[in-house]
Design a binder for this molecule. Structure first.
Ligand code: AMP
Length: 282
């Protein structure tokens, strides 16, 4: 696996790949890799000739300084995992490479996408995400880029980004990889104690129950039942639990055969933010 630290070296290596007409697949991460990340790499390997992964803990998408400081950075373990997964190249830039002094960023207007749900909880977060993804896309210029449904709202932001800047990149959204108990894999899960990790499957259980209830009752009632189910567990607070349209995140009240619905949730469990979601009503 190539380990690339500068945009210059990246350009040299990728130009060679492009001159040989090789299709490039790209997976952007913040490291602390787990099998969820690996599932994106595996899909990219099947669908492209060269797969490149980036690890960059983007300071501009953290509205909470402590969260940024405490973000896990096990880089040696990450490199081993990438090699094992058969990743062709790792782009591991310093912040100066991504945000050089003379870099002028075009403003990105994400509209409602950045002000609701996760955007409302983390002001400025999606502007930061859009900015770094745009910059990474400019550096890598992949044919396809792979993102997890786990960060549902982020996938809409990235699709909006490529649309606004007319970038010829196909955005592929991959399923959520879960632990055996249903807990969505996340780099932040290691902040939970073992016992808490083992218990945390109740979030997915509540989402699956909700998916059965929406066929029998209005969404508000199904949400109320799921809320009570989750809050029964010690150490839980719900930041949001909403059923929205998968295209525009507008709130939905009942099933509608012309619209696809997703339930989006963040549970704060013993101080750790756990994001999850499930497409419902199918
Ligand atoms: P992160 O390192 O958390 O920024 O995540 C990098 C990419 O991996 C994003 O596209 C995430 O949505 C995706 N991802 C994170 N967790 C999972 C998971 N459990 N299953 C599938 N993809 C994931």
């Amino acid at each position: 696996m190539f380990l690339i630290k500068t945009t210059k070296d990246l350009e040299i290596i990728l130009n060679k790949q492009r001159s040989e007409n090789r299709k490039i697949g790209f997976v952007a991460t913040m490291g602390a890799l787990h099998n969820g990340h690996v599932s994106l790499l595996e899909r990219s390997k099947v669908e492209n000739d060269t797969t490149i992964c980036s690890i960059f803990v983007n300071p501009r998408q953290f509205n909470d300084k402590n969260d940024l400081l405490n973000y896990p950075r096990p880089i040696e373990k990450d490199i081993l995992m990438l090699e094992e997964a058969g990743c062709d190249a790792l782009f591991l830039p310093d912040p100066d490479e991504i945000y050089p002094e003379n870099y002028l960023d075009a403003p990105i207007d994400l509209g409602k996408l950045e002000s609701v749900l996760e955007g409302a909880m983390r002001p400025g977060h999606f502007k930061g995400v859009a900015m770094v993804v745009k910059r990474l896309f400019e550096c890598v210029q992949p044919n396809k880029a792979y993102f997890g449904q786990k960060d549902f709202q982020q996938t809409l932001v990235v699709k909006e980004l490529v649309k606004q800047f007319d970038m010829p990149i196909e955005i592929v959204v991959n399923d959520i990889l879960r632990e055996d108990n249903g807990l969505a894999m996340s780099s932040r899960n290691i902040r939970l104690k073992n016992e808490q990790q083992q218990n945390a499957g109740f979030i997915y259980t509540a989402l699956k129950n909700l998916n059965e209830n929406v066929f029998k009752m209005p969404f508000s009632q199904a949400i109320e039942i799921a809320t009570n189910e989750i809050l029964q567990h010690e150490g839980t607070q719900i930041e949001y639990l909403e059923i929205v349209d998968t295209e525009n995140l507008e709130k939905m009240e009942v099933l509608d055969k012309n619209r696809k619905a997703v339930v989006l949730i963040v549970v704060n469990y013993f101080g750790v933010r756990l994001l999850d979601n499930l497409i419902i009503g199918e």
